[in-house]
Write a protein that binds this ligand. Structure first.
Ligand SMILES: [Zn+2]
Ligand SMILES: [Zn+2]
Ligand SMILES: [Zn+2]
Length: 139
């Protein structure tokens, strides 16, 4: 697992540091999106807040993870799929938050709908967040 993670870091021309390895590994082991607070909790006191914050920023810049707005204004981060690269994100998919287990999912196969804007307006990004029950909680 660690080898695979380090390969991803190298492919993004990032040097391998314990913080980057550990945080990227967390994303690969997690089903849904992660917040800064959750990452901090899961890595224990191995890394300070600033290290985690900077690592997340670098990952976003390199196209490894994308941000998801959340209803309580904490930023969620989720892994990008293969077609994102440095400075170019293509995460135009819908996000889903489960009301019961609080997991945020990337629904990668459902693209955000086209929304017709008034004349003169231009879309840069469309965020669609659906709330409800995930497949596991809806049994
Ligand atoms: Zn992306
Ligand atoms: Zn759920
Ligand atoms: Zn996503």
């Amino acid at each position: 697992m660690t080898d695979a993670i380090n390969t991803i870091l190298k492919k993004s021309s990032l040097s391998v540091t314990p913080g980057r390895s550990a945080i990227l590994q967390l994303f690969h082991q997690s089903d849904g999106a992660l917040t800064h607070a959750v990452i901090e909790e899961k890595t224990g006191d191995q890394f300070d807040r600033v290290t985690i914050y900077r690592t997340l920023q670098v990952f976003v810049e390199k196209g490894l993870i994308h941000t998801i707005p959340s209803p309580d204004n904490s930023i969620l981060y989720a892994l990008c799929k293969e077609d994102c690269s440095e400075g170019h994100h293509h995460d135009n998919h819908i996000h889903f938050i489960c009301d019961k287990c609080n997991t945020t999912y990337c629904l990668d196969h459902i693209t955000t709908p086209y929304i017709a804007l008034p004349n003169g307006f231009k879309t840069n990004q469309t965020d669609v967040l659906i709330k409800g029950l995930c497949a596991q909680c809806n049994l």
